[in-house]
Design a binder for this molecule. Structure first.
Ligand code: COA
Length: 424
């Protein structure tokens, strides 16, 4: 049995933010029915194509364990089918541009009329206010949510991060909103609207930077490297390079091979509790008791010197040797793993976080499995559906179309090319 077994999701999502959310729901056991425009489908199917004629990795890696129905939600028969889907499903998830659902004739009011128990969950770029009508992609959200302003080095421009905190991050927020609303429905019997704006999701993930903004109003941020370097603070939380961001100073340091390997680095945290062990490892035992070095506060204006000395040591070791030496001593370090190393990591494969999946069009590919592990609801990662692969199955099994009625619907052009459907 899976945690969300029996829960039906009308998945009206596309690109990344919404699909991340519905993929999680599918992995937790929900029946996720992805509604796609006939002949076209989710635009990502044909974006960043690596195998000609096959669905792209962009699509396949975000749409596992779902079923696909082709449906033109703008023609009359399409609207009829969509209405039946809304009647049948527990959750509708969408991330269209603002107003798109209303333009289709399915406002929240209309959706509630059709099914008062349904939960309607949306990702939008911005919440209510002056930007609510904007179309938004990942990097726009990172910029508007405080991430870009606080990422990068002090003397460089704002930077966006590789982690898709605007898209996948908001998908996670939305997913939590959905299961919470589902839990409330158990008691109230009513559905509700769940909104996760991307800007808000990024702001939530930048919470500590907004903490620092307010600390800045009462004095300099002493744990930031720029404090030790004597550089004055401006009126907003600055970019802090690879500073750890918490109370324990940390930096990214070069390791053996850094001259040729762009990922031969380690993160190294000089946690106060293990200061003495760090001194021993880098062969500076006198720093344990030396004036100006013995306490964390005293060390703040010497971080460049201290990390410089630690780096002299890390440069004599590979990033994995640093890990092997520091881990038993409880010194927090972490190798900078490349995407190649992550994909090849046996430990991640053993836990199902990295998995291989077979696909009829593109063959075997590697993907990221479910990052959340439920002991009573294991996840089997199944390939993403082909466009319209389950159209007839859904019309018959989920919506109960049969005989002439099924013929009528198929012949209407609302569910894709009749030839394609007939071939099923
Ligand atoms: N049948 C008929 N029409 C369909 C359809 C279907 N099955 N599925 C989608 N459409 C229509 C929509 O109704 C819309 O029509 P309209 O403009 O006449 O109302 C049209 O397709 C395009 O949808 P839209 O969402 O505007 O797509 P886009 O490619 O122009 O914009 C985004 C893409 C991501 C910018 C936009 O959807 C958006 O801002 N979404 C919210 C924020 C978000 O999730 N961003 C991150 C994406 S990872």
């Amino acid at each position: 049995m899976k945690a969300l077994e029996g829960v039906k999701v009308l998945d009206f999502t596309h690109v990344q933010s919404g699909p991340t959310c519905t993929q999680l729901l599918a992995w937790f056991g929900a029946d996720v029915i992805k509604v796609e425009r006939p002949g076209v489908g989710d635009a990502t199917r044909k974006q960043l194509v690596d195998v000609p004629g096959a669905d792209s990795l962009y699509f396949t890696m975000l749409n596992h364990n779902k079923r696909s129905i082709e449906l033109n939600s703008k023609n009359e028969t399409g609207k009829e089918i969509l209405t039946k889907l809304i009647e049948t499903c527990d959750i509708l998830v969408e991330n269209f541009a603002p107003g798109a659902l209303d333009r289709m004739g399915f406002s929240w009011e209309r959706i509630q009329e059709i099914n008062p128990r349904i939960i309607m969950a949306s990702v939008k770029g911005f919440g209510p206010g002056k930007y609510e009508d904007c179309k938004v992609y990942e990097n726009v959200a990172q910029c508007a949510g405080g991430a870009a302003s606080t990422t990068g080095f002090r003397d460089g421009p704002p930077l966006v991060t590789g982690a898709q905190i605007g898209d996948s991050g908001t998908g996670l927020h939305l997913c939590l909103g959905i299961v919470t609303a589902l839990y409330q429905r158990e008691k109230s019997g009513r559905g509700q609207k769940v909104l996760a704006p991307m800007q808000d999701g990024v702001i939530n993930l930048c919470r500590v930077k907004l903490r620092d903004q307010q600390r800045l109003e009462v004095g300099p941020l002493k744990e930031y490297s720029q404090f030790g370097e004597g550089v004055e603070f401006g009126d907003a939380t600055p970019r802090a390079g690879n500073d750890s961001g918490g109370g324990q100073p940390g930096r990214i340091l070069k390791c053996k091979g850094w001259e040729t390997d762009p990922n031969a680095y380690t993160y190294f945290i000089t946690q106060a509790a293990v200061w003495e062990k760090i001194c021993d490892v880098i062969d500076e035992p006198e720093w344990k008791t030396k004036d100006g070095y013995a306490t964390p506060g005293d060390r703040l204006d010497k971080l460049n010197e201290i990390f410089g000395r630690i780096e002299e040591w890390t440069m004599t070791k590979t990033k994995f040797e640093v890990m092997d030496i520091c881990n038993p001593l409880n010194i927090p370090v972490g190798p900078i793993l490349s995407t190649k190393e992550i994909i090849e990591d046996e430990g991640l494969r053993a836990t199902g976080t990295i998995v291989d999946v077979d696909h009829p069009e593109r063959g075997r590919y590697t993907t990221v499995g479910c990052p959340i592990k439920l002991s009573d609801s294991p996840v089997d990662v199944e390939r993403s559906p082909l466009l319209g692969e389950h159209t007839v199955e859904i019309l018959q099994q989920v919506l109960g179309y049969a005989g002439e009625d099924l013929e009528r619907v198929i012949g209407s052009g609302a569910v894709g090319e009749p030839k394609r459907v007939a071939a099923e």
